[in-house]
Design a protein around this ligand. Structure first.
Ligand SMILES: [Zn+2]
Ligand SMILES: [Zn+2]
Ligand SMILES: [Zn+2]
Length: 212
């Protein structure tokens, strides 16, 4: 059986095209990988940090800016699909997985985008303005999201996220109290009570979380 090659995909905020690339380039030679849209207006960057973690800078169709994610390198080698979401709109903006899964996600994210554009009466992706999808007030500190997303993805990679359905696909969203992990399969949730980065960092030491 041929070995599956891990792919990564994102959608360009400028021309709405999905760009797909292979993740093989994170070897010893180059610890940075750039995936550029053919239109030249956006790029997704992946960097290996000195602490061994991997940081991603992903263009967001909805916010028209890049979101950063810090993940454990295990994610690059996982069997399951990893989905990175815009913390403000909750929509998937980047996907890592095998070719079939990534193609499937790219397709469903196009449908999701079409629905959003219809609801906003936008004719073109450039008609989507950040204020349409963001909150009215000041957005929460993205560093809180970065930290808790790292906690979640790390626990997930270790199989330490427990969910009643036992086959959850997890995502994070902002709440009034901090952030909430929710299962896209059964709807169970877990709350991180963290309204500041320092409180969010306290969660770095937890061993497991159980969604209810
Ligand atoms: Zn483009
Ligand atoms: Zn966004
Ligand atoms: Zn579940």
């Amino acid at each position: 059986m041929a070995t599956k090659r891990t792919q990564i995909a994102y959608r360009c905020p400028d021309c709405a095209t999905a760009t797909v690339g292979f993740l093989g380039g994170l070897g010893a030679v180059s610890d940075m990988l750039r995936l550029k849209c053919a239109c030249g207006e956006s790029a997704l960057d992946i960097k290996k940090q000195t602490d061994g973690k991997v940081s991603l800078s992903v263009p967001c169709v909805y916010c028209k800016s890049n979101h950063s994610f810090v993940v454990s390198p295990e994610i690059m080698r996982r069997e399951e699909l990893t989905r990175f979401s815009c913390p403000y709109s909750g929509m998937g903006i980047a996907f890592i997985g095998d070719e079939d899964e990534v193609a499937h996600e790219v397709e469903s994210s196009a449908e999701e985008l079409a629905r959003i554009m219809t609801s906003l009466e936008a004719e073109d992706v450039s008609d989507i303005q950040p204020q349409d999808v963001g909150e009215d007030s000041m957005p929460p500190d993205p560093a809180i999201y970065d930290t808790l997303n790292f906690v979640l993805r790390d626990l997930e990679a270790e199989g330490a996220v427990k969910c009643p359905c036992e086959m959850g696909e997890y995502d994070l969203r902002f709440t009034d109290d901090g952030m909430q992990v929710w299962c896209k399969n059964c709807g169970a949730t877990y709350d991180f009570y963290a309204r500041s980065v320092s409180v969010a960092e306290e969660y770095l030491t937890i061993d497991s979380i159980t969604l209810k």
